[in-house]
Design a protein around this ligand. Sequence first.
Ligand code: TYM
Length: 321
Amino acid sequence: PKRVLSGIQPTGRPHWGNYFGAIRQYIQLQDENDGFYFIADLHALTSVRDAAQLRQNVMDIALDLLALGLDPKQATLFVQSHVPEVSELCWILLSGTPMGLLQRCVAYKEKVDKGIPADAGLFTYPVLQAADILAYDSQLVPVGADQVQHIEVCRDIAGRFNHQYGETFVMPKANVLDDSAKVPGTDGEKMSKSYDNTLPLFGEVKPIRKQIMRITTDSRPMEEPKEPAGHHLFQLYSLFADSGQRDEMAAMYRRGGFGYGEVKKAIAEASEAYFADARARRVDLEKNLDYVGEVLQAGAERARSVAAEVLLRAQQASGLK
Ligand code: TYM
């Protein structure tokens, strides 16, 4: 079994991109591996400035992950800030990280380009992410395509440290799913909480259905045959369809003579059915918040015991101990 690790920011409700790019992998990988999954509240501090909101978001994501099938008997679920060893390791790593490495990070550059004021937390975000990964000797990091650069930065930082002080950290690898590395949002661009184009996993069915019916499309005439590959509606439908259904939809695209409204309806129905069980489980879990608290506490204890060992290794290697 491999040490698999990944994190999700508590910055809002998780969406289809989070699920099909990342969370689905957490669940698929948890049986055969040693999964460490955490809620990245320290990272969220760079954008969520309201204390009550942050607390609420953390609890919500914990409920979401458990409802979606993350099993605390198989995997370790915890909150990032409950493991202070990670922040300590972060400082050690910061001291060996060249400015240029962080200046090249797209996630940071994008925000600056958009005129969002950047603080040092946002700039050094990838180093904290590297500490997250390295603190648990993680081998595999299941993520969407947008996080691959951050894993590369982590490997760079680990490599520099190992080169300077001798073998200390395990080299992690990103695990990205080919067919859902970059799930499109309601405007056809990458689905992202910061672009306001997301479709949520949980919530009332009716408003979500409305959002689906409003997904942006082109105005090509109905009769015209269309190429399914790369079309955002086809991509979204494919997330939920089995291969037979997908082939049928592809054939319909190539024949032409259909309206995008039909595809949207199919997406709405398929997604409702797909998430129905998770939604029901979430309602049950909401009545049992004590249980969720216990899961997170047990997770933090387990995570700390691993991170403490790795931190000690890094302290000894660098002369702090
Ligand atoms: P976050 O919270 O933005 O996203 C959580 C996961 O969802 C994936 N994802 C997507 N995948 C496919 N299509 C999309 N449209 C899409 N949008 C989001 C992300 O790639 C991610 O895997 N920095 C991380 C959190 C983090 C982390 C870590 C991850 C902190 N430390 C250590 C891995 C390892 C983030 O902001 O994810």
